[in-house]
Design a protein around this ligand. Structure first.
Ligand SMILES: [Zn+2]
Length: 334
């Protein structure tokens, strides 16, 4: 679903928005379109004061599908793979929140099959995730629904025909293409630095700042992931698509479709190097591919990534922004 009308507030919000918890999420099976596996999600403010919610905690779709694994889908009790977008977005600001007046309800329709692999068919249980791994969102979402889906043939990702190490473009102007080549060069410099920083067996300040206290196993995982990301930056045939127009988003990928990267408006506003740069965004996105490091988006932005490193290193070493910030190394740490 395209963005609904948001009412914006001029008040500045802290980096982490606290929710009063009066918003209830309900899932409704959409029986008229069973074969397409759509569900309707409603968010209702049951309190008696206005509530604000990050739009990223609500399952709005852009470019045709969910932007994060906000649903928990199971089949015979087993979790179903998320195959939808993984994005890099800016930390939320006031423009990213939606105000819900007392009693107000908004509804969003979700195409479950575009974000979860339902090809096996049969009965699936769908639940709304109330805890996105410490994101702090507090929505009440109690109901689980079941949807019945007709089996279908898995759609194979289009074979990426780009020559090894080359970059190709889809829907990009000549100057955008040139900028993307520059971004990949910047990414090469950054990931070489990151790889070099991981060459020893002892964690330096730079490591502990972004990945937390030293632990042999975690250190080995990070080292291996950074080498996989470096291999992709150096050798992958990458296709970059410039058609995305979603504001507040740098880029996104589908984790099972290497090496297609979709760049969005925040990418074009970014510098080539430094914090949240174009080069760093490419590192972030490449890290998401299952064939590379299979990272998630547990937290966005330097502040939240740093919190993750301090409080939950196991999540930090699986979080795309932490690899990006380690590689950007801005400000410089050794
Ligand atoms: Zn991401």
């Amino acid at each position: 679903m395209k963005k609904m009308t948001f009412s914006l507030c001029a008040a500045m919000l802290p980096m982490s928005v606290a929710y009063a918890g009066n918003i209830d999420i309900q899932l409704l099976a959409d029986t008229s379109t069973q074969s397409q596996a759509t569900v309707t999600v409603t968010a209702t403010n049951h309190g008696d004061t206005e509530e604000r919610i990050s739009r990223w905690d609500l399952p709005f779709e852009f470019d045709g599908s969910l932007a994060a694994p906000l649903l928990e889908v199971t089949h015979d009790g087993k979790p179903v793979n998320y195959i939808g977008k993984l994005i890099k977005r800016a930390p939320i600001d006031e423009g990213d929140t939606i105000a819900l007046a007392p009693g107000q309800m908004i509804a969003m329709k979700i195409h479950v099959a575009r974000a979860y692999d339902l090809t096996a068919g049969g009965r699936f249980e769908v639940r709304y995730k109330t805890d996105m791994n410490g994101s702090g969102r507090k929505l009440r979402a109690d109901n689980t629904i079941t949807i019945d889906v007709v089996p279908s043939t898995p759609k194979l990702a289009a074979f990426n025909r780009v020559a090894a190490g080359d970059t190709q473009f889809r829907g990009c102007s000549a100057s955008q293409g040139q900028a993307i080549r520059g971004a990949r060069q910047a990414a090469t410099q950054m990931i070489n630095g990151a790889s070099w920083a991981m060459s020893g067996s002892v964690a330096g300040n730079r490591y502990t700042y972004w990945f937390g206290n030293h632990d042999d196993q975690r250190h080995a995982t990070v080292k291996s992931n950074i080498n996989e990301i470096k291999a992709a930056v150096d050798n992958a045939g990458i296709t970059v698509d410039c058609s995305c127009t979603e504001s507040g988003v740098f880029a996104y990928v589908y984790p099972n479709q290497p090496y297609d990267v979709y760049v969005c408006p925040a990418f074009w506003s970014a510098n080539n190097t430094g914090t949240d740069s174009r080069g760093g965004t490419l590192i972030h996105e490449l890290s998401h591919f299952t064939a590379v490091a299979g990272t998630d988006d547990h937290a966005y932005g330097q502040w939240a990534a740093r919190q993750l490193a301090q409080q939950n290193p196991a999540f930090a070493i699986a979080n795309a922004d932490n690899y990006e910030y380690f590689s950007e190394n801005s400000p410089d740490r050794d």
